[in-house]
Design a protein around this ligand. Structure first.
Ligand SMILES: Nc1ncnc2c1ncn2[C@@H]1O[C@H](COP(=O)(O)OP(=O)(O)O)[C@@H](O)[C@H]1O
Ligand SMILES: N[C@@H](CCOP(=O)(O)O)C(=O)O
Length: 306
């Protein structure tokens, strides 16, 4: 869409759950849990934070939204005088819910929306840069585009497409108090995998797309994984135990992203309550929906782009 001139922009970016079991580094699901930001060009750098992580996150150039904004300005050839950022964060950080991807997408979208020379937001360029900063395309694709996204690396960078999820599919998130850095979790993966395991996951990942879009009754089988969850299990034993308990009870539970949160893909909304009965004390259980549209940009004049 065409970008109206904007003195400030409001941006809403969703949480995302990547992998969804077998589709490591390629599938992502946008969820109805958000960070909300207001960004304007200013003199110097001003960062105001509220919500989750406000006491831990930096307020200087190392803030991830600011870093992504600067990277996008460089990409656009624009040198703003400075930046005023106000953020209210609703996405738990370091849990496998794509908080870093959301921060990166927000920063890049802010630069595109505020840059005077820009006439429209180019989703492909936003995705390419976001993937380069984040290091894997799955979360940033889902955050930007919404719905169920499939992402891959092409010769020119990350590519992605978004599919509509069957309306009956009801995501339940189980969020622990503990955190795990995605960087650390990625270092736990072995450099090679057995051919049989790769073939197993290829079949399940293909089935996952069918299950999520048209046949939710297949979600338990479609979310089986052999490439990353067991390998990372020792770093998050409570997560591994909960995924096992939920799957034993017939629920399509997976490690959300790199963990340690657990995502349950419930085939019928009415069955969410059954999931709650399996989750032990100490976990926050959130009944969410799929965010179909992804990141939204609201300009000073009220126009909305997504
Ligand atoms: N809203 C945010 N604002 C600034 N930095 C953020 C924000 N969300 C995440 N981050 C940065 O990303 C880190 C978490 O990233 P990561 O380990 O990839 O976990 P996640 O699974 O939540 O993306 C945080 O410790 C912080 O440095
Ligand atoms: N495919 C990535 C996904 C990481 O997601 P996050 O929400 O934990 O950042 C991986 O499994 O490493």
């Amino acid at each position: 869409m065409t970008v109206p001139s904007a003195a400030s922009v409001r941006i809403r970016v969703p949480a995302t759950s990547a992998n969804l079991g077998p589709a490591f580094d390629s599938a992502g699901l946008a969820l109805t849990c958000y960070d909300e930001l207001e960004v304007a060009v200013a003199d110097g750098l001003h960062v105001e934070l509220a919500g989750i992580g406000a006491d831990e996150l930096p307020r200087d150039e190392s803030h991830l939204v600011v870093r992504a904004f600067r990277a996008a300005c460089l990409d656009l050839g624009w040198v703003p005088s400075g930046l005023a950022l106000r953020a209210r964060n609703g996405i738990p950080q370091g849990r496998g819910l794509g908080s870093s991807a959301a921060a990166v997408v927000a920063g890049i979208l802010a630069a595109w929306a505020l840059c005077p020379a820009v006439t429209g937001i180019d989703d492909e360029r936003v995705l390419t840069l976001a993937d380069a900063i984040e290091g894997h395309p799955d979360n940033v694709a889902a955050c930007l585009l919404g719905g169920l996204t499939l992402s891959w690396s092409g010769a020119e960078g990350a590519r992605a497409t978004s599919l509509a999820v069957a309306p009956a599919v009801s995501p339940v998130l189980c969020v622990p108090r503990e955190t795990l850095s995605t960087h650390v979790a990625r270092a736990l993966l072995p450099p090679t995998v057995a051919h049989g395991d790769a073939a197993f996951n290829a079949g399940r990942a293909a089935l996952l797309v069918h299950a999520l879009t048209a046949a939710p009754g297949l979600l338990l089988e479609a979310t089986e994984d052999r490439l990353h969850q067991d390998q990372r299990g020792p770093s998050m034993p409570a997560t591994a135990a909960l995924v096992g308990d939920l799957r034993d009870a017939g629920h399509a539970a997976v490690v959300s992203g790199a963990g340690p949160a657990v995502l349950v893909l419930v085939p019928r909304t009415a069955d969410r309550a059954l999931v709650h009965t399996v989750v032990p004390a100490g976990w926050e259980v959130l009944d969410l929906d799929v965010e179909a549209r992804g990141a939204r940009v609201r300009y000073g004049d009220g126009a909305v782009s997504s």
